[in-house]
Each structure stands twice: as structure tokens, then as C-alpha cells.
Design a binder for this molecule. Structure first.
Ligand code: DAH
Length: 338
């Protein structure tokens, strides 16, 4: 009888298949495949009508037994799999500590920036925002930098579309603030500046600066000295000495460059200060009356001072970092140290 042979071969492959299953999902698929409404056994039952009459009882009996056999095999297997699943849950110690995720941290430049802003905040300076994409007016003109000044040339400034540029100094924030608010003014602003310099250990096409400004009636040079000295002592240490060297900046008059005694060697000379004993850290001066006029503040009534410093440089000095590129490479082996 052909049907009987077919049934036997279905039975054989069903048993083999079910024994190899090791997931509850696979088991359910097999149950549907063999015992389901459209399953192989159901199809076999339907084909009984084509079997010779005398063979029908035998075929019917075989099918019933086969159904039982496959059904109980599936049940047995299911129980085994469920027990295994329970056991694996029991072996799972849910009181074990989880997988610890490493915490991120602030970039050393951001930390330096925040530390410095904090010192000035304690002296009453308000930290403000200012745009990085600027016009020539804010980056040069209003800061009294003449049209033919070399810093305006394309190899010193990044120009973008529509006459806009990437600011090359945070001094832009001075103009924006003095335009917006009336004196008395006491602000700091820190952020990125851009210059098309060739990148090396001490130059980057993008770096951070911080700008400070104070405008009121009767502000004099010694106010500037007092504020900067307080900052230097707070940030670099109580023993630090300051030196004001005359300098030229178009937007301040008089102007100075400010050195601090090397806080590593105390002024004796070491690798960090290139054996000079002094470190150059700031540019500053009394705000040029022409700049005040640009922002419609009467220089006969008000005076003020301004200062600017490179955050990268200060962070490098403080932590003994000898290559500015380390700040921008995002190598976690470097960043993790702060
Ligand atoms: N903007 C100057 C620079 O990028 C730094 C500076 C000097 C800022 C003197 C000032 C200042 O506010 O008074 O080199």
C-alpha cells in the first residue's frame, strides 16, 4: 500500500526532526507542520478515500497511532524545553552587579574655560554668548582695525559667503555687548576663534579665547591691574608675579601684554617657560575712545578696560601639555587624564 509507505516516511522524518528541535518556537512550527489543519497528517487522512476498501481500516489505525505518537513526542519535548528554560533562569543570579558604563567627562578646554569664567564671576563679571560667524564690522571695523590691516587678508582670516567670516578673535563680543547694553558693563565671553594658520604643536586653525570687558564712569588702568592680578593669583597660585609690557592693539590705548612669573620654576627658568622665567598669558588695555564712539558710548563720560587670553595656551601651561593638537584629536587616552 502506497499510502502506508508514505505515512511511514512522514513518521520517520517527523521523529528525527522533533528530536533535534531545541527551541519552543521550533517545536510549535513542527506541531503545525505535522498535526495542523493544513499539516502533512491531515493531508494523509484526506487521501484515505483513494485507498482500496479492504486497506482502509489498517490505514486509519496507522494514522491514529501516528497522530498519538507524534503528539506525545511533541508534548514530551516541550516539557523538557520548559524545564531547561526554568533551570537557566534559576541559575541566573539577578543580584550580580550589572555592566558598568564608563562615564564621560568634560573636555580639558571646557573645564579650563569654566574655571576661568568662575573666577571672573566671583568678581562680578557676567558670562555672555557671542556668534562665531561674524561680519567684518564686528571682527575689524568697530575694533578700530583699518581696512588695509594685514590681519584682514585672506591668509589671516577665514572668509565665508556673503562677506561673512569666521571670527579671528573673541574681541567681537566687546562690540556686541556694548551695542546691546548700557554701562556699567562687566562681562566675559569665551569661545572658539578661527585662523588659517598651518597646524603644528603650538598652532591650530581653531582654538579658544576668552575676552573680558569692564566699562563704567571712572575706570582706570589700576582697575585692570587689580582684576588681572586677582585672576592670576586665583588660577596660577598666590605667589605668582605679573609684568605689564607696553604693546599695541588697535582697540585699546594704552595696551599691554601681560606675563606671569613661571608658576612651575618660580621664575628661575625651566622647560615650560623656555628658561625665561616668564610666561606670556594675556593681552589687555584701556578701551580705545574710538571703539567707544563706534558703539555710541561717550568716551568723555565713560572709560573701560578689556583683556583677552588664549584658553588653549593657559590649559597647556597649567597641565604641562606640549602639543595643542592633542586637544582636537579626541584620543581618549589623552582626554581620560583630566
Ligand atoms: N584680540 C587679541 C588677540 O586675539 C587679544 C586681546 C588683546 C584682547 C588686548 C583684548 C585686548 O581685549 O584688550 O590677539
Amino acid at each position: 500500500m502506497k499510502l502506508l509507505e508514505k505515512l511511514k516516511s512522514i513518521e520517520k522524518s517527523a521523529i528525527k526532526e522533533i528530536l533535534e528541535i531545541n527551541s519552543l518556537e521550533g517545536l510549535e512550527n513542527s506541531r503545525v507542520k505535522y498535526l495542523g489543519r493544513k499539516g502533512e497528517l491531515t493531508a494523509a487522512i484526506k487521501s484515505i478515500k483513494n485507498v482500496a476498501k479492504k486497506d482502509k481500516p489498517k490505514a486509519g489505525q496507522f494514522i491514529n497511532e501516528m497522530k498519538k505518537k507524534i503528539g506525545s513526542l511533541l508534548d514530551e519535548k516541550e516539557q523538557g524545553l520548559r524545564e531547561k528554560e526554568m533551570a537557566s533562569l534559576e541559575n541566573h543570579d539577578i543580584t550580580l552587579p550589572g555592566i558598568e558604563r564608563e562615564m564621560g567627562r568634560k573636555h580639558p578646554l571646557i573645564r579650563t574655560m569654566e574655571e576661568i569664567i568662575d573666577i571672573f564671576a566671583r568678581m562680578g563679571f557676567k558670562s555672555v554668548d557671542s556668534p562665531e560667524v561674524e561680519t567684518e564690522f564686528y571682527n575689524f571695523e568697530a575694533l578700530n582695525i583699518p581696512k588695509n590691516h594685514p590681519s584682514r587678508e585672506t591668509f589671516h582670516t577665514f572668509y565665508v559667503e556673503n562677506g561673512m567670516l569666521l571670527r579671528s578673535q573673541t574681541s567681537t563680543a566687546q562690540i556686541r555687548m556694548m551695542e546691546k547694553e548700557k554701562p556699567p558693563l562687566q562681562i566675559v565671553h569665551a569661545g572658539k576663534v578661527y585662523r588659517p594658520d598651518a597646524v603644528d604643536a603650538s598652532h591650530s586653525f581653531m582654538f579658544y579665547q576668552m575676552e573680558g570687558l569692564m566699562v563704567d564712569k571712572g575706570i582706570v588702568f589700576s582697575d585692570l591691574k587689580g582684576v588681572l592680578e586677582k585672576f592670576a593669583k586665583e588660577y596660577f597660585g598666590e605667589d605668582v608675579q605679573m609684568k605689564f609690557r607696553p604693546h599695541y592693539f588697535p582697540f585699546t590705548e594704552p595696551s599691554a601684554e601681560i606675563d606671569i612669573s613661571c608658576f612651575i620654576c618660580g621664575g628661575k627658568g625651566c622647560r615650560v617657560c623656555s628658561y625665561k622665567g616668564w610666561l606670556e598669558v594675556l593681552g589687555a588695555g584701556m578701551i580705545n575712545p574710538r571703539v567707544l564712539e563706534f558703539v555710541k558710548i561717550d568716551p568723555k563720560e565713560y572709560t573701560g578696560f578689556a583683556f583677552g587670553m588664549g584658553i588653549d595656551r593657559i590649559c597647556m601651561l597649567k597641565h604641562g601639555i606640549d602639543d595643542i593638537r592633542l586637544f582636537y584629536e579626541n584620543d581618549v587616552r589623552f582626554l581620560r587624564q583630566f
